[in-house]
Design a protein around this ligand. Sequence first.
Ligand code: 5AD
Ligand code: SF4
Length: 512
Amino acid sequence: MLDYISDKVQDETRQGEAFAPFTVDPNQYKKLFYIESYGCQMNFSDSEIVASILNKEGFGATRNFEDADLVLLNTCSIREKAEQTVRKRLTEFKKLKNAKPGLLIGMLGCMAERLKSKLLEEEKLVDLVVGPDAYRTLPGLIIEAESGQKAVNVLLSRDETYADISPVRLDSNGITAFVSIMRGCNNMCSFCVVPFTRGRERSRDSVSIINECRDLFERGFREVTLLGQNVDSYYYQPLQAPQREGMAYTQGQLKENSESSQSEVSAKVAFPIGEGRDGAEIVTFPNLLEKVALISPLLRVRFSTSHPKDITDEVLHIMAKHENICKYIHLPVQSGSSRILQLMNRTYTREWYMAKVDRIREIIPDCGLSSDIIAGFCTEEDADHKDTLSIMEYSRYDMSYMFFYSERPGTLAERRYKDDVPLDVKKKRLQEIVDVQGKLSFVSNKNDIGKTFQVLIEGDSKRSNKDWMGRSSQNKVIVFPKENYQFKKGDYVTVRVNDCTQATLLGQIIIN
Ligand code: 5AD
Ligand code: SF4
């Protein structure tokens, strides 16, 4: 039962999805690539950048790995299980490689960054190892690998944002899209490997973000999700953006570079608020959110992920002001115990988090809320676990991603603390967390019965092409019969909820 839970509840649903362009691609390609993505939404978004780079090199996407000349796995390192899944998947390509000796196999993403050339020793099958900031060098690396050499580039960069690369929308429904606004993370949560695999935080040029969102809207998309590990610390200062050339650095240099990041911080306050050098406009996250919202009232805007310490009243007020900014915040708590939060280096206490939830509910009374929760972090006791259960009840999350703690090599927690909660205790606590969330989701959905919501139609429901599937502003999935109305994907409709399950609202179109 628990294994079932750990597959179904802890991992997002799209793991290992293979991608190809949604529409038939009219271009003729000399070669084909196949890409599978694992982990967070950022990886899925990066695969779209990789696809764009490869298209320019004459590689077309295929959904069948048997047809591919290049097989890529865009990997995740966040938990041990994510890495095991990828390693297992790799063995399945062995036969293919034996039958097709010219086939190249590449590892991209966080596992590539974490293991570097060690991956080549451990996985003999692999020809290419490319970290998340090195995708521009893929064409050269492929040529190198084609000549029979193993090719590796895992340099992290201080300023790579792929701002000028127009992502190829893979497997898109044509209505909702993810737009990356920043990369990396400076937070150093003690359990997390991301600061090591994705490097330091950097924000993408706001003009390129807005242009990408406007372009998506003009192509018929109706919802953009602004993506980043920590979107609320978005900060773009046009004239101070460093040059890309010569700025690459490796993980080993991360520490030395922390001094220069100090000077970056002091540079940030050297100008009047809102202005950079020569009066160039500084763009913060609330500014960016508003600019994207102003593209059109018909374009919905979402964002993810928010660190509780960084989401400000200003963001909440901008959300409240614009109807098309969705009333939904993913606000990972990780633990409800102040003691554990301190060990996790989350920089807030239980009470501080609860006050943040109060503030959200005060400014945006109908806001949907979700969380990430870790069971069984180092030294966690029953009392700490109870604090987690009670903060869940307090926050009334509509949904959560729930995990048990998995020690990751090189993280602060691995170096400082003992992973001392036995696996069976971790799993038992996780099960209790899952149960509480199940109950909260069901209560939250039941509370919506009788209410009406504006729903953006994303497509047919999974079960029947007689039903539409869409989402409310609060990010809840709503399924409702098409009836005889002539609505289509991308339309907004008013839907009254008349039933629900734990995961889905069921409704009916209301015509005023
Ligand atoms: N073990 C378990 N869960 C983790 N997460 C990050 N690192 C770990 C780890 N070592 C979870 C956190 C984070 C989410 C993306 O993954 O809850 O918010
Ligand atoms: Fe990891 Fe914390 Fe950064 Fe999220 S905010 S990516 S959990 S270090």
